[in-house]
Design a protein around this ligand. Structure first.
Ligand SMILES: Cc1ncc(COP(=O)(O)O)c(C=O)c1O
Length: 391
C-alpha cells in the first residue's frame, strides 16, 4: 500500500470485546460503514442497530442523549449545537401554517423572537401572556385552538415560577402540547410533571464549565421519533467532541448544581437584608412571593439571583462594573460567577405594558453564582453595592 493510500486507510486497532475503556472514546467520525448493502439498508430502516451518517446519529452524541433522557425521567432525547438551535428545530418541526402558539412575556428573549420572526413568517400565530396569569391562560386556551404552550420555570431573568401542574392540566384539557424550557431548573428537576417535551440549553448547568455549547429536547419515544426526520434535515447537530465535553461536565453536575444553589441562597439572603436593594427574586428565599410554589416543585433552586437596586439603571451599571469576581457577560450556570450587563436584560420586542408585566425594571441585576468561596463573593458584592451607592 502506497503512502497516499495508507493515510486514507490507517490500520484498525481492535479493542477486545472483554476489554472496556472506562471513559467512552470520542467517535470523531462522520461516516460508518457496513460490509453489505443489505445491512446498510436494514440499519437505515431501523431493522438492525448501527450508525451510518453523523447528521442522523453518532455513538458519542447518542451516549449523551441517553444520559440526559434518563436524568429527566423520559425515554429519548435529541441533541443540537446550541440551546437556541434545539428550540428552533423543535418549533419548526412541531408547527405548521395557521397554528397558534402560546408563550409568555417572561420567556427567554430569543425564544420569543424565534416565534414572532421565524414562525410568524410561515403563518404561525402566537399570543403572549404572563406566566402567572392562569385565568388568562385558561380563557385563551378555551377560546383558541392552540398547538403548543411553551414556557419556562424559573423564568429568565427574574426567577418567576410557573405553576407546572396547572399549566400542563389546562394544556392537556384543550389539546395543546406542552414544551418546557427547563434550563434554569436543570435536567434533574420537574420530571414528574405531565410535560410533553423538555428543552435544555446544555451550555449552562449541564456542561457547566463555560467552554462548550449544546441543546437538547427530551421526551417519550413517540414524540422524539416524530421530530427525528426533521432534525436530520434541519442539520444543527452537536459535534461529537462537544458531546464528549458535555458528558464529562455532567459527571460533576449534581455537586455543582447543589453547591451553587447553596451559595446563591446565602447571597440572596444577604441582598434581601441590604438597604440598597429594593427587591430580591430567588425561589429558595423564604420571603420570595413564590417560595411555597417553588418548594412544592423543586428540590434545588439554582444559581441565579435577580434583584432590583434602588436608583435604577445608572446604579445597576455602577454595581455591575464595580464587581471584581463576576465576569460581566451573558450565560449562566457556569463554575465562575457572572453578572449580565443590566442594560441588556430588558427586551426591545415587548411593549411598555408587556415590559412592566415581565418584571424586569431599570434597576434589575442578574447574577449567576459559581463555585467560588461564598465569603469572597459576599465581600465583592458588598463593596460593589457601596460603589453603586456611595454614602
Ligand atoms: C432559558 C434559556 N433557554 C435557552 C437559552 C439558549 O441557549 P444557548 O445559549 O445554548 O443557545 C438560554 C441562554 O441563555 C436560556 O437562558
Amino acid at each position: 500500500m502506497k503512502g497516499e493510500t495508507r493515510v486514507n486507510h490507517p490500520p484498525t486497532v481492535e479493542v477486545p470485546a472483554d476489554n472496556h475503556p472506562v471513559v467512552a472514546p470520542v467517535y470523531q467520525t462522520v461516516k460508518f460503514e457496513f460490509d453489505t448493502v443489505e445491512d446498510t439498508l436494514k440499519a437505515l430502516r431501523g431493522e438492525r442497530p448501527g450508525f451510518f451518517y453523523a447528521r442522523s446519529s453518532n455513538p458519542t452524541t447518542r451516549q449523551l442523549e441517553l444520559t440526559l433522557a434518563a436524568l429527566q425521567g423520559r425515554d429519548d432525547c435529541l441533541v443540537c449545537a446550541s440551546g437556541v438551535g434545539v428550540i428552533a428545530q423543535t418549533l419548526l418541526s412541531l408547527t405548521r401554517a395557521e397554528d397558534h402558539v402560546l408563550c409568555f412575556v417572561e420567556s427567554y428573549g430569543p425564544t420569543r423572537q424565534l416565534i414572532r420572526r421565524i414562525l410568524g413568517k410561515y403563518g404561525v400565530a402566537h399570543s403572549l401572556l404572563s406566566i402567572e396569569d392562569l385565568a388568562g391562560i385558561e380563557t385563551l386556551l378555551a377560546a383558541r385552538a392552540t398547538r403548543l404552550v411553551l414556557f419556562e420555570s424559573p423564568t429568565n431573568p427574574v426567577n418567576r415560577i410557573a405553576d407546572i401542574a396547572a399549566i400542563t392540566r389546562l394544556a392537556r384539557a384543550h389539546g395543546a402540547l406542552t414544551v418546557m424550557d427547563n434550563t434554569f431548573a436543570g435536567v434533574h428537576q420537574h420530571g414528574r410533571y405531565d410535560v410533553d417535551l423538555y428543552l435544555h440549553s446544555l451550555t449552562k448547568y449541564v456542561a457547566g464549565h463555560g467552554d462548550v455549547m449544546g441543546g437538547a429536547v427530551i421526551g417519550e419515544t413517540r414524540l422524539i421519533r416524530s421530530l427525528r426526520p426533521d432534525f436530520t434535515v434541519l442539520g444543527g447537530i452537536l459535534d461529537p467532541h462537544a458531546a464528549f465535553l458535555i458528558q464529562r461536565g455532567l459527571k460533576s453536575y449534581f455537586v455543582r448544581y447543589r453547591a451553587q444553589s447553596e451559595t446563591a441562597l446565602r447571597i440572596a439572603q444577604f441582598l434581601a437584608a441590604h438597604p440598597s436593594v429594593e427587591r430580591v427574586r430567588y425561589p429558595g428565599l423564604a420571603s420570595d412571593p413564590q417560595h411555597a410554589l417553588a418548594r412544592s416543585q423543586m428540590s434545588d433552586f439554582g444559581a441565579i439571583v435577580s434583584f432590583d437596586l434602588r436608583g435604577g439603571a445608572s446604579h445597576a451599571q455602577l454595581f455591575a462594573e464595580a464587581l471584581q469576581l463576576f465576569a460581566m457577560t451573558p450565560s449562566l450556570g457556569a463554575t465562575e460567577s457572572l453578572v449580565m450587563p443590566p442594560q441588556l436584560l430588558g427586551s426591545r420586542d415587548l411593549s411598555e405594558e408587556q415590559q412592566r408585566l415581565s418584571g424586569v425594571g431599570p434597576g434589575t441585576v442578574r447574577l449567576s453564582i459559581g463555585l467560588e468561596d461564598v465569603g469572597d463573593l459576599l465581600s465583592d458584592i458588598e463593596q460593589a453595592l457601596a460603589a453603586a451607592h456611595p454614602a
